[in-house]
Design a protein around this ligand. Structure first.
Ligand code: NAD
Ligand code: WQD
Length: 339
C-alpha cells in the first residue's frame, strides 16, 4: 500500500486513476488548483469508491504548500498529472505552458527532493514522437515535437532523465498516453471541457447531444483507409489501470518510458460511426481542410507495457463510446449543473 500525492487528481485522467488506486487499497491525497476541473469530481470519486478523500487546493508552482502536503500526509510516491494540455492554447500562450508544466514540475521535484520522496509517475504523451517515422510507435522511436505543449512534455521528460542520471535512487516512470477517451462506467466522472472541446471524442459527444451543431472533420485526403486521421484511442479506465500497474511495479532504481495505447488505430469516421451506434443519435459532420500540425496516423506498439507492467488495454472502441455517452447524457453540462 502506498501513500500517493496525485497532482491534477481532480482532472479527467487523474479522477479515473484515483478511483482505481482507492479501489486497490492505496491512500491518496489530491493536489489540484482546479484551473481545469471541479471539486465536484472529488465528491463523485468518493461516491464511486465509498471512501473519503483528502485533498488540497493548491498550485504545483507553490513549492512550500507541496512540501507541507507531502510531509503532512507522509507521501512516499507522486503521480504527476497537473498541467495544461491544449495544443492550440499552448501556441497562443506558450509562457503559461512552460510555467505551469515545466516550472510546475521543477517545483514539484524540488519539494520531493527536499523530503527525500523519489518515486514519481509522470503523464507524458505520444506527442513526443512528433511526425511518426515508423508505425507502430515503440518507445525507442526518435523524439521531436511541433508545438509548445509538446515541447513542455519533452523538456520534462529530459529533466526526469537527467534527475535519474544524477541520482539513480529515484524511481521514475514516464507514461506516454495515446488518445484517452470514454468515462467511468458509472457515468459519474468523465471529461468536462470548460470550452468548446478540441479533442475528437468530447466534440462528437456534444454534437450527439445537440450542444454543438456538427463535427468538422479535419482532412479527408490523408493516406489512410478512408482519408481521415487515424489514432489509437484508449479507454480512460484502461489508462487509469496502467497507472495502478506502474505504482505496483515501482522499483528501487529505474527510469522507464512506457507507451499506454491499445495498438489499434481508428479513423475519425470510425469514431463517428461507433458513437452513433452507442448513442443512437445522429452525428452530422462536414469535411474541412487538415488541421495544422496533425499527422495522418498514430498508434502505439503496446508490447513494452505488457512486458514491464503486465498491463494491456482490455476495453474497445464500443466501450469508450458507450461510457462517454453515458457520462455526456447524464451530465449534459459536465460538473456544472447550473449552466
Ligand atoms: P485535465 O486538464 O483534465 O487535468 C489536469 C488537472 O491538473 C486539472 O484538474 C487542473 O485543474 C490541474 N492543474 C493544472 N495546472 C495546475 C497547477 N499549476 N497546479 C495544480 N493543478 C493544476 O487533463 P487530463 O486530460 O486529465 O490530463 C492529465 C495529464 O495527462 C496532463 O499532464 C496532460 O498533459 C497529460 N495528457 C493528456 C492527454 C489527453 O488527451 N487528455 C494525452 C496525453 C497526456
Ligand atoms: C484526433 C483526430 C483530428 C477534432 C491531441 C494532442 C495530443 C494528446 C491527445 C495531450 C485527428 C480529428 C479532431 C475535431 C477532427 N494530448 N479531429 N475534428 O490531435 O491526435 O491528439 O490530444 O497530450 O498531444 O495533440 O487528438 O482528439 O484532437 O484528434 O476531425 O473537431 O480527430 O484531426 O485526426 P490528437 P484529437
Amino acid at each position: 500500500m502506498r501513500k500517493i500525492l496525485v497532482t491534477g487528481g481532480a482532472g479527467y485522467i487523474g479522477s479515473h486513476t484515483c478511483v482505481e488506486l482507492l479501489e486497490a487499497g492505496h491512500e491518496i491525497i489530491i493536489y489540484d488548483n482546479f484551473s481545469n476541473s471541479s471539486p465536484l469530481a472529488i465528491k463523485r470519486i468518493e461516491e464511486i469508491t465509498g471512501k473519503a478523500i483528502n485533498f488540497v487546493s493548491g498550485d504545483i508552482l507553490d513549492q512550500k504548500t507541496l512540501e507541507q502536503t507531502i510531509h503532512l500526509y507522509n507521501c512516499d510516491t507522486v503521480i504527476h498529472f497537473a498541467g495544461l494540455k491544449s495544443v492550440g492554447e499552448s501556441t497562443s500562450d506558450p509562457i503559461s505552458y512552460y510555467e505551469n508544466n515545466v516550472a510546475g514540475t521543477l517545483s514539484l521535484l524540488k519539494a520531493m527532493k527536499s523530503l527525500n520522496v523519489k518515486n514519481i509517475v509522470f503523464s507524458s504523451s505520444a506527442t513526443v514522437y512528433g511526425q511518426p517515422q515508423f508505425l507502430p510507435l515503440t518507445e525507442t522511436h526518435p523524439l521531436s515535437t511541433t508545438n509548445p505543449y509538446g515541447n513542455s512534455k519533452l523538456v520534462i521528460e529530459n529533466i526526469l532523465r537527467d534527475v535519474f542520471a544524477s541520482s539513480p535512487d529515484w524511481s521514475i516512470t514516464i507514461l506516454r498516453y495515446f488518445n484517452p477517451a470514454g468515462a467511468h462506467s458509472s457515468g459519474l466522472i468523465g471529461e468536462d471541457p470548460l470550452d468548446t472541446p478540441n479533442n475528437l471524442m468530447p466534440y462528437v459527444a456534444q454534437v450527439a447531444i445537440g450542444k454543438l451543431k456538427e463535427l468538422t472533420v479535419f482532412g479527408n485526403d490523408y493516406d489512410t483507409p478512408d482519408g481521415t486521421g487515424v489514432r489509437d484511442y484508449i479507454h480512460v479506465t484502461d489508462l487509469a489501470r496502467g497507472h495502478l500497474k506502474a505504482i505496483e511495479q515501482i522499483g528501487e532504481s529505474q527510469c522507464l518510458e512506457i507507451n499506454l495505447g491499445t495498438g489499434v488505430g481508428y479513423s475519425v469516421i470510425d469514431i463517428v460511426n461507433a458513437f452513433k451506434k452507442a448513442s443512437n443519435k445522429e452525428v452530422p459532420f462536414k469535411f474541412a481542410p487538415r488541421r495544422k500540425g496533425d499527422v495522418a496516423t498514430c498508434f502505439a506498439n503496446p508490447n513494452y507495457a505488457k512486458q514491464t507492467l503486465g498491463w494491456e488495454a482490455t476495453l474497445g472502441i464500443d466501450d469508450m463510446c458507450k461510457d462517454h455517452w453515458k457520462w455526456q447524457e447524464t451530465n449534459p453540462n459536465g460538473y456544472n449543473p447550473a449552466e
